[in-house]
Design a protein around this ligand. Structure first.
Ligand code: DX5
Ligand code: ZN
Length: 218
């Protein structure tokens, strides 16, 4: 298994002390901070916006991995761009003009990602795979932390990795939802390069130690 990157999701962090949560994850060796943005339409939950994300700018050295679970994501890209924004990912299901939005993200100097809900087949990305830096496979239905990994996601990840090989493409595969210490190695072996973990990291009493435990998995 190639070593995976870990992106702890702030959605499960202590909202009254986000800075400390981010620092603990950083101390444990996290690679990115996953920023889940929800506005009550695309998913039935509301999380936080760009001001909350940017409040961490001077606190952590970790870069942001922004996951926009919102309708009309193209209207909000600029808000989430700052020096520490490494990826912005939009949902295929929320984009009428995915190509235009992905180009916009790249034009702002940020890596562009596209995400699929569990019910959306990989073929929906066929024409766009050459234009993305990252494909985010949702392994739960988006909207909430702490859900159970959908087992069929493993096969979807494997098939996507196979398409990447066949077409000689170099986007990264990220997996989000229900990632735990128990299933992380299998998910990485299936082809995932970045694992998002919310409750499995921030639900631990020692966040830094839990982050380290993920990074030490074989
Ligand atoms: C779900 C979010 C996830 C969430 C994952 O809609 O996109 O990033 O925070 O939480 P866990 O790891 O607890 O499933
Ligand atoms: Zn997410």
């Amino acid at each position: 298994m190639d070593k995976f990157k870990l992106a702890p999701s702030l959605l499960s962090a202590d909202f009254s002390n986000l800075g400390n949560s981010a620092l603990e994850a950083e101390k444990g060796g996290a690679d990115l901070l996953h920023v889940d943005v929800m506005a009550g339409h695309f998913v039935p939950n509301i999380s936080f916006g760009s001001a909350v994300m940017k409040s961490l700018n001077d606190i952590t050295a970790l870069n942001y991995d922004v996951h926009l679970m919102i309708e009309n994501p193209g209207d909000y890209i600029e808000d989430f761009v700052c020096e520490k924004t490494e990826y912005i990912t939009v949902h295929q299901e929320a984009c009428l003009h995915a190509h235009r939005i992905l180009q916009k993200i790249r034009s702002l100097g940020v890596k562009a990602g596209i995400s699929l809900n569990p019910a959306t087949p990989l073929c929906m990305l066929e024409e766009i795979l050459t234009d993305v830096d990252l494909v985010l496979i949702m392994s739960v239905n988006p909207g909430f932390g702490g859900q159970k990994f959908i087992p069929s996601s493993l096969d979807k990840i494997k098939r996507l990795a196979e398409v990447r090989r066949e077409r000689d493409l170099d986007f990264l595969i990220e997996v989000d939802g229900g990632v735990t210490l128990e299933n992380a190695s299998d998910i990485a072996r299936a082809g995932a390069d970045i694992l998002v973990a919310g409750s499995a990291v921030f639900g631990a009493s020692d966040v830094a130690a839990r982050t380290r435990a993920f990074k030490e998995l074989k």
